[in-house]
Design a protein around this ligand. Structure first.
Ligand SMILES: Cc1cc2nc3c(=O)[nH]c(=O)nc-3n(C[C@H](O)[C@H](O)[C@H](O)COP(=O)(O)OP(=O)(O)OC[C@H]3O[C@@H](n4cnc5c(N)ncnc54)[C@H](O)[C@@H]3O)c2cc1C
Length: 444
């Protein structure tokens, strides 16, 4: 029997889960393509950025997952274009033909078209960026020793996080904890009472889509930890030293962390600009097939699926991505058995709840019927995130780090490591046709 070829673009929560579900399936040969050779556990990026855990504890080599596989091939490449007429995907290492294509390329940071902010701020949407941010925070305090004026010192000592969703809340809470427990010990001759953390959010509440309790508690926790929260504040400009808001307020800072939104990583040729939905997502039907195509599917953050429960599309969450992948794998099995499209099952998401952590013993949890906060919420958050980590080795490593930090309020991961120029040059060679924007990211 000839196997059908499935090409999966992106090994994030959706793509990796789908590949694992199709592992050793006798009906399909699968090629899984990603620009990195590892899967990234994004919910803990903020802990990498604040030197609480190692990057390797939340990044898993994709090839290791499929060492024993008989039907999954992994390729390290940047996807550049989909050629629907030829049923081919163009990448930096060559073209791949497919019978079925699954786009699961997730999202990237949305700078809302502001090139200046894109150039000068620090986003956190990949392990590379989380490490870049960690290096930035650590070198920032080193540079305080050579500040030449009070004004320069103020720029160094102000850290501004833009975006009051879970990422912004978790990150500003973690930086506030560094300020309290770690920085005064590491830099005893610097005055950290002058370190100001700002969290700027455009809407009236932090953690917008969550419950009123989550709004109230996250605000209360962060305020008590000394974070300056500016809600209904819209950042319009940044020159590398001063942030300007639409209402005229300004903050001096060299440290702008941008967590204000995401936009879909849509490959060229997938859909037309007019067909794109809000947030650059591709419209799919309830079997995850991209509207207007015969054999191309989209799952995870990049997909916009209208259902009776979610008329505006699903929330962009790891759990949604995983559930869609599992659902699509079952439908592929049905396709292999000869079911027609109208006999495939339709996806719906069952929401188990959401949560966010703010700091030690401070978290908020929304379950479908009730919400809670505080110590119990914090332990719930830790337990569930630990369960979601992919390998036992990483679960143990993270658990050990958390336990150590819990008792000592410290970690020993504050090292500044940067690739050498040579490493960078060889990385570039690894891609045959290297798109312009990628060398910028690696260089950063
Ligand atoms: C900081 C942060 C914290 C988060 N916290 C939570 C949380 O606590 N709980 C929760 O449920 N969700 C959380 N999320 C959201 C969650 O991570 C996403 O919903 C989830 O990752 C979506 O899965 P995905 O497979 O669609 O995309 P991703 O997991 O982003 O995977 C996309 C993959 O595609 C690859 N890719 C992209 N473009 C290309 C290209 N051109 N060529 C080759 N490969 C490419 C990427 O390298 C990546 O591996 C968080 C997100 C972030 C950024």
């Amino acid at each position: 029997m000839e196997k059908k070829k499935i090409v999966i673009l992106g090994a994030g929560f959706a793509g990796l889960k789908l590949a694992r579900k199709l592992n050793n399936n006798p009906h399909f040969s699968v090629t899984l393509i990603d620009r990195y050779n590892y899967h990234q556990f994004q919910p803990l990026f903020y802990q990498v950025a604040t030197a609480a855990i190692n990057a390797s504890d939340i990044s898993f080599p994709i090839r290791k997952v499929f060492q024993e596989s008989k039907n999954i091939s992994v390729r390290l490449a940047e996807v550049t274009k989909i050629n629907k007429e030829k049923n081919e995907v163009e990448t930096t290492i060559g073209d791949f033909s497919y019978d079925y294509l699954v786009v699961s390329m997730g999202c990237t940071t949305n700078f809302f078209g502001n090139k200046q902010i894109e150039e000068l701020s620090f986003p956190m949407k990949s392990t590379n960026e989380a490490l870049t941010l960690k290096n930035r925070l650590l070198t920032n305090f080193e540079s305080a020793y050579s500040a030449e004026s009070p004004e320069e010192m103020e720029e160094i000592m102000n850290i501004v996080v833009v975006g009051g969703g879970p990422t912004g809340v978790e990150l500003s809470g973690a930086i506030a904890q560094m300020k309290k427990f770690i920085l005064p010990k590491d830099y005893p001759d610097l005055d950290f009472s002058k370190l100001n953390i700002y969290l700027i959010e455009g809407s009236p509440n932090l953690l917008g889509p969550m419950s009123d309790l989550a709004h109230k508690k996250s605000f209360e926790y962060l305020s008590n930890m000394g974070v300056n929260i500016w809600t209904e504040g819209r950042v319009v400009d940044y020159d590398g030293k001063t942030i300007s808001l639409a209402d005229g307020r300004t903050v001096k800072t060299r440290n702008l962390i941008w967590a204000a939104g995401v936009t879909g990583n849509v490959p060229d040729g997938a859909v037309t600009k007019e067909e794109l939905q809000r947030g650059n997502r591709m419209k799919v039907d309830r079997t995850s097939k991209i509207i207007g195509t015969n054999n191309i599917y989209a799952i995870g953050d990049i997909a916009s699926m209208e259902t009776p429960k979610y008329p505006n599309g699903h929330p962009q969450l790891a759990r949604v991505a995983g559930d869609q992948a599992e659902h699509l794998a079952k439908n592929f099995d049905k396709i292999a058995q000869g079911f027609s499209d109208d006999k495939l099952s339709l996806f719906e998401y069952s929401d188990p709840g959401s949560m966010a952590t703010v700091g030690k013993r401070k978290a908020v949890v929304d379950l479908p019927k009730f919400s809670f906060s505080g110590r119990l919420a914090w332990f719930t958050w830790m337990f569930l995130h630990l369960m979601l980590i992919l390998t036992v080795r990483n679960k143990v490593a993270i658990f050990f780090n958390w336990a150590h930090t819990y008792f000592t309020n410290d970690s020993s991961l504050r090292i500044i490591v940067r690739p050498t120029k040579k490493d960078f040059r060889f990385n570039l060679k690894q891609y045959r046709r290297f798109p312009k924007n990628r060398d910028k990211e690696i260089e950063a």
